[in-house]
Each structure stands twice: as C-alpha cells, then as structure tokens.
Ligand binder design. Structure first.
Ligand code: TYM
Length: 354
C-alpha cells in the first residue's frame, strides 16, 4: 500500500528552501495516504552538535511541522532516535550497500570537504540510514527537494539488492508482495518496495539570495543568503531587498530566465509561495523592474510566512506540548517498524532467541 515518509535534519536555520521544497509539500499529502514525518536527529550527529542546541532544534523542527499545518492526528510526527528500528536497519543496510555506491554520493564529498579522513564514519554511511528511515516503514513515496535525489536512487538500489539477494527466502517465508513494476532483473515478489521520489513544482531547488548558483542552505555563513523560518517580517523584507539581481527587467517568457539564475530564483520563490507557475508570475510581472517586483515578493513572503513564524514561536515556548506530540508519534511509528524488523531478522536467518 502507498505510504509517505520524509524527514528534516534538526541542524538549525530552517529556511525557505526547506519549507517550499519539502515541509509545505508534506501537508496536502496527509489527506491522500498515510504519512510519516520524522525529525532525523540521528542524521544530525553525523557532524558535531552541541547537546543543548540539538535539544532545542529538534523541538524547533517539530514546531515548524505543526505550524506549517501537519496535523499530528493525521500524520505520524516523531524524532528518529526514539524508534530503535532506524539504527538497526541502518546496520543491516551497511552490510547490503557497497563502498563504491557510497563513494559516489556528492553530498558526502561536499560535506566532508578536502579532509575526508577526518569525517565521521556516520557521515559516510548517512545514506544507508536514510534508506533505513524509509524502508523501516516500507514507504513508497518520499517528498524531498532536488538535493536528495541521489540518496533516493541509492535507497532503490539497496531495496533492489536486498530483494534479489534474499529472493528465495522471501518467497519461502511467504513475505513477498507482487512486484508492481515487473522487470526481468527483479524477482516477481519483493519484500522492500522500490520507492518513488516526489520532486516536483517550482521550488525543488531554491538558491541562495546572494548567489544564484549556490543552493540556499542551513550552513551558509551569510544569514542574508537565506530566509529563515524564524525571521520576522522586517528581516524577510530586508533580505529580499538586498537579494542579488541583474539590471534587466523581468522577461515575459520562462525561457528568458535561462542564464539569469538570480531572476529565475526569485520568480520561482514567488511562484511557489503563490502556488502559481513561473509563467503565471511572468504574465503578471514581465517587463517590470526588480524595484517593482521585490516589494511584491516581500509582501507575499511576509503574508505566507509570518503566521507560521508566530505559531512556531508560540509552540516552542511550550515544550510539553511538542514532546507529547513526539511521544505519541514515536509509539505509532514503532508499531509499524517493529514488525518490519521482525520480518527482516527472519529473512536474514537470525535466531530469535527471545
Ligand atoms: P535536509 O534536512 O537537508 O533538508 C530537508 C528538506 O529540505 C529540502 N531542501 C531544499 N529544497 C529546495 N531548495 C533548497 N535549497 C533546499 N534545501 C533543502 C531537502 O531536499 C529535504 O527534502 N537527508 C535529508 C533528511 C532525511 C530524509 C530521510 C529525507 C533523512 N532521512 C528520509 C527523506 C526521507 C536531509 O538532509 O534533508
């Protein structure tokens, strides 16, 4: 059956890219299929996290989920460390995935930088934990931004190798589901689904406000490069005013945005916030200068983000409520993941001694 899983790292500075590329898209899915939204604290510690700060940011991401409209009655909201199956399945996947697959991951290369010898083993194995997050629930759909595409391809590769390596065993134990995409390279029964990435819309890759060729990111040292979900109206307006642009007016056609990364980015942000296409935006603003477009974008951003900002503030002042949501979510998540790991142990041939 279809099921959605996605996650966000509690590493501070949640920004407009996280909101438009991921969190805002989680909301409508709640009414279409079962949805599980995780605060991936185990992923966060692949790089150093100050413990008190981590505690705060886990609650902050949870608050952002709630403030964005994720309803804890419809969706499961929890933090990763509270459901032990994630770490257990990640270990199994450490033994399925190949070194060569992980060495190709561009995010590892970016994050480890020149000094790979000094990166944590966890940072290298990060995508295996991500595959475990998804497959511990046998999730079929994963809404994310463009930067996670390679990780989701790896998730499919892991599922495929597992299904192949254990094909006979899965059949013998009667645990398979018919392969929905029959393919001569795959067995006709699968235990782990082949996950669909959901990367769509005009905000799959929001760029830095200071440099249209760099992704908007939590770790950019310049705070002017991103709109944080905790920014108030004045900060949002100031950052949009200071956003880098070129001297030309906006084009009338989407094609005119090619080779104009900053213009393309601002039009994309407007489109995503207004739930329009980029062409719709250009139909309205084509031919106008940034001095006219920027105030309109600012007003739209403030209208959309300010209520969420207020609600996040209110929620983070009440950690009791947030922790209660996380507790209930962890219990519901564990109830799904535990039987999956039970099956996995049987498939692998472990003796269940207790
Ligand atoms: P993270 O925490 O870096 O980002 C959370 C989500 O925000 C998206 N995103 C963006 N989208 C558009 N433009 C941007 N500039 C931008 N920056 C970030 C990301 O694509 C992501 O969807 N590995 C994941 C977290 C994760 C996960 C998972 C996701 C762990 N396990 C299982 C899905 C399923 C990450 O680091 O996201």
């Amino acid at each position: 059956e279809p099921r959605v899983f996605s996650g966000v790292q509690p590493t501070g500075n949640l920004h407009l890219g996280n909101y438009l590329g991921a969190i805002s898209r989680f909301v409508p899915l709640q009414d279409q299929m079962p949805t599980i939204y995780c605060v991936v604290d185990l992923h966060a510690i692949t790089v150093w996290q100050e413990p008190e700060v981590l505690t705060r940011t886990i609650r902050e991401v949870t608050a952002a989920y709630l403030a964005a409209g994720i309803d804890p009655k419809k969706s499961i909201i929890f933090n990763q460390s509270q459901v032990k199956e994630h770490a257990e399945l990640a270990w199994i996947f450490n033994c399925i995935a190949r070194m060569g697959w992980l060495k190709r991951m561009t995010q590892f290369k970016d994050k480890a930088g020149k000094n790979q010898e000094n990166a944590s083993v966890g940072l290298f194995a990060y995508p295996n934990l991500m595959a475990a997050d998804i497959l511990a629930y046998r999730a079929t759909h994963v809404p994310v931004g463009e930067d996670q595409k390679q990780h989701l391809e790896l998730t499919r590769d892991i599922a495929q190798k597992f299904n192949n390596d254990y094909a006979e065993r899965i059949k013998e134990l009667g645990l398979g589901i018919p392969n929905p995409e029959p393919n001569p390279e795959l067995p006709d029964e699968l235990y782990l689904p082949l996950t669909e990435p959901m990367i769509a819309g005009s905000a799959t890759r929001i760029m830095s406000l200071r440099d249209g060729t760099k992704k908007m990111s939590k770790s950019d040292p310049s705070d002017l490069s991103r709109i944080n979900l905790t920014d108030d109206a004045d900060a949002i307006a100031k950052k949009i005013k200071k956003a880098k642009t070129d001297p030309e007016p906006l084009p009338g056609e989407v094609k005119g945005l090619e080779e104009r990364p900053e213009a393309d980015n601002l039009v994309g942000i407007y489109a995503a916030l207004a739930d329009m296409t980029k062409q719709d935006v250009l139909n309205e603003y084509g031919g106008q200068q940034f001095s006219a477009f920027k105030p309109a974008l600012s007003e739209l951003a403030v209208t959309k983000l300010a209520p969420m900002n207020e609600e996040m503030k209110r929620l983070t002042q009440d950690p009791g409520t947030i922790d209660a949501v996380l507790k209930d979510g962890a219990e519901r998540a564990a109830a799904i993941a535990e039987p999956v790991l039970h099956d996995m142990r049987r498939i692998l041939g472990f003796v269940e001694a207790r």
